[in-house]
Design a protein around this ligand. Structure first.
Ligand code: GUN
Length: 293
């Protein structure tokens, strides 16, 4: 089998067209979505991600700022900055780029963000709502993955879904969304014995670990849909996913490439979350305007 490519770049371009229409509609209602991205330190990968997010917003004519803070900032200083953004009525969305330097407790910072402005969906109020089956703000990468599966016409009811990686950013929320859609979900972690026995059962395999090419073709069920969340920069500067693409595409029915798969979808969903946060913070909070993804 030669797998279909799930083209996240093309799908996100289609979504962007819908977003442009929504942005004009909101303008007519006096709603101006805006994002503040907080970047602490000079992590190379984070710099690239943050720049891509900022560019997407600017391309759509949306207000976006990058708040650059020094890597030796104290936790108290960072919390003060978050408070100022919470209190600024012009700021509708706040995203603190992770990872944070070791002197800062990331969870404390995330919980300090006003949950209505938490466009990452990481605040415990948003994470808890997803856990309870009543999602509010859903983390961007999992939301983008669900949209890709829907666009591919994947039937999740009764499907075996295996998620490799149990992070708060991707693994746990995608598992909850897949479960809500009717899949039987297994979450594997770094302690899982015989990982291959699990991945080989998967009709839908989501890999979000951060280890280049750890999932090989022989670990994948014939006809599976494979979603590769990994973005690993190799010594030669090239990007590789967590899945060995060449061997996997021989076995899978459909697979996301790296780059050009999940990455562009994450950014599109960040715009969706920011637009919806802006609608809910506007005086009318007209829920009929919300984007539904
Ligand atoms: N670092 C890697 N992925 C993400 C993400 O989705 N949100 C934030 N805030 N930081 C990240």
């Amino acid at each position: 089998m030669n797998a279909t490519l799930i083209d996240g770049k093309e799908l996100s371009a289609r979504i962007t067209e819908q977003l442009k229409t929504k942005v004009s509609e909101l303008q007519a209602h006096g709603i101006a979505p805006s994002l503040s991205v907080v970047l602490v330190g000079d992590d190379a990968a984070s710099q690239v991600y943050v720049k891509n997010k900022d560019k997407k917003f600017k391309d759509l004519g949306l207000a976006s700022e990058i708040v650059r803070l020094p890597k030796d900032i104290t936790e108290a200083e960072l919390l003060q900055k978050i408070q100022a953004l919470n209190e600024d009525p012009k700021v509708k969305g706040i995203l603190v780029q992770l990872p944070l330097p070791s002197q800062i407790e990331a969870d404390k910072v995330i919980q300090a963000i006003d949950p209505r402005k938490d466009v990452d969906g990481f605040h415990e109020q948003n994470a808890g709502a997803l856990m309870n089956g009543q999602p509010r703000v859903v983390p961007c990468t999992p939301l983008g993955i669900m949209y890709m599966l829907q666009d591919q016409g994947v039937n999740l009811r009764g499907a075996e879904a295996v998620v490799v990686g149990a992070s708060n950013i991707v693994g746990k929320p995608i598992a909850l969304l897949l479960q809500k859609a009717g899949a039987t979900v297994t979450i594997c972690n770094s302690k899982t014995r015989n990982l291959k026995a699990h991945t080989q059962r998967a009709d839908v395999l989501v890999v979000a670990v951060g280890k280049p090419e750890m999932i090989k073709g022989d670990m994948i069920k014939a006809g599976a849909v494979v979603i590769d969340v990994g973005i690993n920069r190799m010594a030669d500067g090239k990007l590789k996913g967590d899945v060995e693409f060449e061997s996997a595409r021989q076995v899978a029915k459909a697979i996301t490439p790296v780059p050009g798969g999940v990455g562009p979808m994450t950014i599109a969903m960040l715009v969706v979350n920011t637009i919806n946060a802006s609608i809910l913070q506007s005086p009318e909070a007209d829920t009929s305007l919300l984007l539904k993804f």
